[in-house]
Design a protein around this ligand. Structure first.
Ligand SMILES: C[S@@+](CC[C@H](N)C(=O)[O-])C[C@H]1O[C@@H](n2cnc3c(N)ncnc32)[C@H](O)[C@@H]1O
Length: 450
């Protein structure tokens, strides 16, 4: 595929890389490398219809291969499409269920969903996105991937500074960048590129990094990454950050074949910059990325959660209990939080979040309507089949009709009457169905219908 690289771009990289630049330009003309991840938060998570024959060497849930966005594996959150170089960012961050993690530039959510799967529904993940439209996409990907430990926010990094000083153990800044590593995947991105644009991006990244420093706890880890090759946004920004904040240090990271050391000579010559990591698509099987891991000196400050929760009124509680008695094999009341008519199993009840624009706090369980409780799609995506009283397997025709918004006639199941049943296709739960009058009424959200 012909990608129209500008003369400025070519000249810049010829100056930086010499003869190697031609091999970089050629690699940008080749097809992009697709890959996907499995979702260990799911029951039988390896039970997918995609080939697992080509594992990615540095990820135990990543595989080379393309995903179809209409497949049940995708719709039910068993797989997430992510190009291979981006996967290594989460590996560097290495989040666990004991951490408080912030993903500051998180939409559409490929790294955040990987982070959450490593945290195994424990700890706290805050996934933030500044752009409102992109934040909605982030929130729906979090829902699709059965993630329950995450607060999704739509704020600027500065908004966190007042209340979250030294709060997070691990922060990911996957910065907005000039996107040179996206050129072959998204040829449109070539049009935005200019030498000035690179400078603007580098400047914006410095502002984001300034906020990040304040949010990171002592002893905490910061991973900074971009999907661009420009030294201004990479080594030069890391050099600037290390000079400005002397208690931050780069950490050595493992480099797999095809991953290269950062280039101190492209910044201020600080040999520490070799610890940063570069992937160029001519030597690495992926789109290309820059990433590095830094730690902040000092002993972690212990922070108390300042809880807010007014609890649930007796009437509301009874409605949920009634729903659970008919439809679930058990119910644990855990961090329940009612916001207007919606019930959440909150990922955090900390009042530091007050004042932020929250799109989702943990698992959305459902909505209180007149004298009844209706479960939310997020809940069924997070439930395991054995937690439900009734799971009904649709055949292919029924599945396609249901996705389309149609009801499914079932005249021989009087035992389903007035129940909320879990609908599955190929053993994967993907929606609730409300049974009444000999049919499974369609409750699949309009925005997800195909
Ligand atoms: C490279 S993308 C993030 C990709 C994401 N981490 C993923 O893996 O799916 C960078 C994000 O930063 C957001 N952004 C733009 N300007 C920003 C700013 N000033 N502060 C924080 N985030 C910003 C963009 O809207 C974009 O969603």
């Amino acid at each position: 595929m012909k990608v129209d690289l500008s003369n400025d771009f070519k000249e810049k990289y010829r100056n930086l890389m010499g003869d190697r630049a031609d091999s970089l330009f050629e690699s940008i003309e080749q097809a992009s490398q697709e890959a996907f991840r499995l979702n260990p938060l799911k029951a039988n998570y390896k039970n997918v219809s995609y080939s697992l024959a080509q594992p990615i060497p540095y990820s135990n849930i990543g595989y080379y291969g393309a995903i179809n966005g209409n497949s049940i594996d995708h719709l039910s959150g068993y797989v997430y499409s992510q190009e291979p170089s981006a996967m290594y960012v989460t590996e560097l961050l290495d989040p666990t269920g004991n951490d408080k993690v912030l993903d500051l530039c998180a939409a559409p959510g490929s790294k955040t969903t990987y982070i959450a799967s490593k945290m195994a529904s424990e700890g706290l993940l805050v996934s933030n996105e500044i752009n409102p439209k992109r934040a909605k996409v982030l929130s729906s990907n979090i829902e699709r991937m059965s993630i329950t430990n995450t607060v999704v926010t739509n704020n600027s990094p500065k908004d966190f500074e007042k209340k979250f000083n030294n709060f997070f153990d691990k922060v990911l800044v996957d910065a907005p960048c000039s996107g040179e590593g996206m050129f072959r995947k998204d040829p449109e991105s070539v049009k935005y590129w200019s030498l000035d644009y690179v400078e603007q991006c580098a400047n914006r990244q410095q502002h984001i990094l300034d906020s990040t420093y304040k949010l990171l706890n002592q002893g905490g880890t910061l991973v900074y990454s971009t999907c661009t090759f420009s030294p201004e946004e990479n080594e030069q920004n890391v050099a600037w950050f290390l000079d400005k904040y002397p208690d931050m240090h780069l950490v050595e990271v493992k480099k797999f074949p095809g991953m290269e050391d950062g280039r101190p000579e492209w910044a201020n010559g600080n040999p520490e910059l070799k610890k940063t990591l570069r992937m160029f698509p001519d030597r690495f099987n992926g789109e290309g990325h820059f990433m590095c891991k830094m730690v902040k000196d000092g002993e972690p400050e212990e922070l108390r959660e300042r809880q807010i929760n007014d609890g649930l009124k007796k009437d509301d509680l009874q409605l949920v209990q009634k729903f659970a008695k008919t439809n679930l094999n058990g119910l644990t009341q855990n961090n329940w939080l009612k916001i207007s008519d919606f019930l959440y199993q909150a990922a955090s009840l900390d009042n530091r979040f007050k004042g932020l624009h929250i799109l989702r706090n943990g698992l959305k369980l459902g909505e209180f309507k007149k004298n009844r409780f209706e479960p939310d799609i997020a809940w069924i995506l997070a439930l395991k089949p054995d937690e439900l009283k009734t799971v009904y397997q649709l055949d292919q025709e029924q599945f396609e009709k249901y996705l389309h918004g149609e009801s499914v006639i079932l005249s021989d199941r009087p035992d389903f009457d007035n129940k909320w049943i879990g609908l599955a296709y190929q053993d994967k739960l993907f929606s609730w169905g409300r049974f009444s009058n000999k049919e499974i009424k369609n409750v699949y959200p309009k925005g997800l219908r195909r």
